[in-house]
Design a protein around this ligand. Structure first.
Ligand code: RB5
Length: 144
């Protein structure tokens, strides 16, 4: 079982409820970093909160907004975070296996709850394959 940091804006609130319930039922640890109201809010604030916790290295992240796109763009500004927008299970599995993705982003206006939960399962159960993929992931960041 894994630890998941979950964040969302107002447009991802409904999907967040379904995702959290699903993760808890599967015995995962869930840390819900909000928002927990339907009031309009700014998604980068929640993306950064989740991303900073994931970058600390003790869990995966899930970010939900209208499209998933703004969440991914924001989260990927945090060093060590590899956030991927997924709207299908193949990509969710492959981005863990090949890209070592550590944050899953989805859009409530894009995927229905049934598909979203299948995407969560694909992401949660996949493992990074390392090897040649590790070499490529290491090339994401410039040498220091
Ligand atoms: C909110 O209207 C919407 O812009 C936001 O949820 C997200 O889709 C941005 O990427």
């Amino acid at each position: 079982m894994a630890r998941f940091y979950v964040g969302n804006d107002h447009a991802g609130l409904g999907l967040k409820a379904a995702v959290v319930q699903h993760l808890v039922a599967a015995q995962h640890e869930v840390i819900d970093l909000g928002t927990n109201t339907s009031a309009s809010c700014d998604y980068p604030e929640f993306a950064k909160q989740v991303a900073s916790r994931v970058a600390a290295g003790d869990g995966l992240g899930i970010l939900l907004c209208g499209t998933g796109q703004g969440m991914a763009m924001s989260a990927n500004r945090v060093p060590g975070v590899r956030a991927a927008v997924c709207a299908d299970t193949f990509s969710a599995r492959a981005t863990r296996e090949h890209n070592d993705a550590n944050v899953l982003c989805m859009g409530e206006r894009v995927v229905g709850a049934g598909l979203a939960l299948a995407i969560v399962d694909a992401f949660a159960s996949a493992q990074f394959e390392g090897g040649r993929h590790a070499r490529r992931v290491a090339l994401f960041d410039p040498p220091r």
